[in-house]
Design a protein around this ligand. Sequence first.
Ligand code: NDP
Ligand code: 8X3
Length: 250
Amino acid sequence: MSKTALITGATSGFGAATARRFASAGWKVIVTGRRAERLQPLVDEFGSGTVHAAVFDIRDSAAMQAALAALPAGFRDIDLLVNNAGLAQGTAAAQHASLDDWRTMIDTNITALVTLTHALLPKLIERRGAIINISSTAAIYPYPGGNAYGGTKAFVSQFSLGLRSDLHGTGVRVTAIEPGMAETEFTLVRTHGNQAASDQLYKGADPMTAADIAEQVFWVATLPPHLNINRLELMPVSQSFAGFQVARQA
Ligand code: NDP
Ligand code: 8X3
């Protein structure tokens, strides 16, 4: 019997690559996102018995519940939830940042993630399933302009550990994957559509790819059921750490 994964944010980047990775390996995959035209090719590529597209804004909890209620019979036994949908908005220092941007990140990266997780926990417990939450190195390492984004990802990582505690004895596995720089539409979205800024960030950096992350998600999900990866932090070799900054008196 093939297993079923629900992967949020599968219209682009990590989510699209992860959906392809699991569908290629024979899993049934529920893919979500707002851009229906980006999900349909996955259905066309693998067939409607393998990929089911659920189009909704993840911040709309009524739409989320409706999409879950409308899952076709063959897609209801979810074994794996990949909470991937998310975004950064803006790079300004906190004192110059847009409150709307902060709220969008919190609504998407935190509120939607916990809402979907809460809805699927009974099924995941019944199936002795798994939850893989896409966090970020920004959860652990602060940087100028990371403010609310880093805060949302710190929540995702700590929530993952808390879930591990609460799900003790259920057999449900929980992992936070914390990637560093990977080239996707992430920076295009963060800069509100500035392709030049996105190109500049990744130019010559040999960043990770969406396929790199998909491979880690697949590896974590297919480990023997007695093994749990709690946190998985990864970066491109080109990325590392810098020292603390010091503001000096003149
Ligand atoms: P992309 O921008 O390429 O993909 C983001 C995905 O999230 C899209 O499928 C998008 O779908 C979905 N999404 C965003 N907002 C909503 C919404 N309101 N409703 C439904 N879906 C939504 O970025 P990545 O693939 O890079 O990002 C995936 C995850 O990885 C994010 O959580 C991000 O924070 C995290 N991450 C990314 C890193 C990177 O360097 N790229 C590093 C570390 C973590 P749509 O717009 O169609 O709705
Ligand atoms: C994305 C990685 O460093 O741009 O989560 O915040 S970073």
